[in-house]
Ligand binder design. Sequence first.
Ligand code: BG6
Length: 426
Amino acid sequence: MKTKLIIFGITGDLSTRKLLPALSALIKTGDYDDVEIIGVSRREVNVAELLQSSIGEQTLAARTRIFSMDLARASDYGLLREYVALKDDEQLIVYLSVPPSATSQIVDFMGEAGINTLQTKLLFEKPFGVDLASAEEMIARTARYYNEDQIYRIDHYLAKEMSQNIVAFRGGNALFTHIWDNQAIEKIEIIASEQIGIEGRAGFYEQTGALRDVLQGHLMQLLALTLMDIPDELDWSKLPELRLEALQAVRPADPRRATRAQYIGYQTEVGNPGSVTETYTAVELISSAPQWKDVPLHLITGKALDHKTTEVRIHFRKRHEAQSNCLTFSIQPNEGVSIELFTKKPGYDREFESRQLAFTYPEDTILPDAYEQVLVDAIRSHKSLFTSSEEVLASWKILQPILDAWQMESEPLQQYAVGSDAYTLS
Ligand code: BG6
C-alpha cells in the first residue's frame, strides 16, 4: 500500500538526526519505494540543502516535498489535507516530531480538519504526559479524534535490537523458561547510564528530569519485557498486553526506596541556581505477581556518568559466593548477552575463577537503528513495539508516589561529580 508520511518538524533535531537517516536506510533496501514524504515546516525549506546537511546525500530527494504552514492556525490544516490528497488505497502516517507543548493542539487541528480517517496513523514521541493526571488528560484528548488502533506511541528502547532479543532469548530457550522466577532469581537491575549531560536541552530537562525522561518510559518498558509472561506459542502482536500485565502487577513505588541526585555544574548549565531537577535517579520496585515475590527490581539512570551503557542484569540466587551468576542483556553499546560462570582455573590447583559465556554479533553485523524498526512497523501496522495508552498509565501509576513525595521535599539535591559510577551512587 502506498504510504504518505507527514513529518511535523522535519527540520528539527529528531528528524535530522534520526528520522531522515532511518528513512534513507529503508529506501536503500528497495522495499519501500512506495513511501512519499511530506515535511511540514513553518518556513520555506530547500529539500536538497536539508538532506545534504542532515544525511549528506540525496536518496530521499525525489520523494520529499515540503508544505509550509502555521501550526497554530486551524485553517492551515484544511490546506494540508488538500495538499496531501490521500486516496482510498493509500495510508497516511503522521509523525509528530515537535515539542510536547505543541502536540495536543496539532492533534486537535488535524482532527477538526478531517485528517483522521481510518487510513491515518499518528506517531507520537514521548513524553506522554508529565504525571498520571496529565497523561490521562492527553490520552482522553487524543481519543476525541483518533482511536487507539491509530495511535503509535514510540518508545525507541522497545525497538532496539537487543530489547527485542530479551523476548527472543526468553521465549526461544527452554533453558531460561525454567529459571525465570523468584525461585532462581534474586534481584534484577536495569541500568541506563549516560556519559553525556543534557546537551543544551536546558528548557526541556528542567521540566523533565531523569525519572520522567528515561526511567518512566524506557526503563519501565525494559522491566516489562523482563518480567512479563511469555506464552509457549509466542505471538509478538500480544506483546503490549503481556507488558501491560507485568506493569499492572508492579506495586506503586515506595518513595523511601527512591533516590535522586544532580551532577555538579548542572545548575550553572541551565542557569537556575537551586534547581531541584534530578539528573540521576535510582528506584527499587516490587512486583506483586507470585512468581516475582520478594525480588527487588532496581532501576537506575543518570547523565554525566562515567560511561554509556544500558543493560538488564539478572542476578541468580547463590548458595555461596563462588556461584554468583549474573545474566546480562547488553542493550547498548556492545550489544549481546553474557553469563558470568564459574569454571575451573586452568592449572594444577583446583580453584574456581569467574568467566563469561558471551553471545555477541559478528563484527560485520549491521543492527538496524531503532528508528528504522519504528518506521517499518508503523508502515506494516505492527503495534507490538509501541506503548499502549494503558501501559503509559500503568507506568505513571507506579511512579506517581515518588513524584508526589519529591514535590513536597525542599532539601537541596545530593550532588555528584561528573564521571561518577551509576552503581556507587545508588
Ligand atoms: C531520550 C532522552 O528519550 O533517550 C534522552 O530524552 C536520552 O535524554 C536518550 O539521552 C537516550 O537514548 P539512547 O538511545 O541514546 O540510549
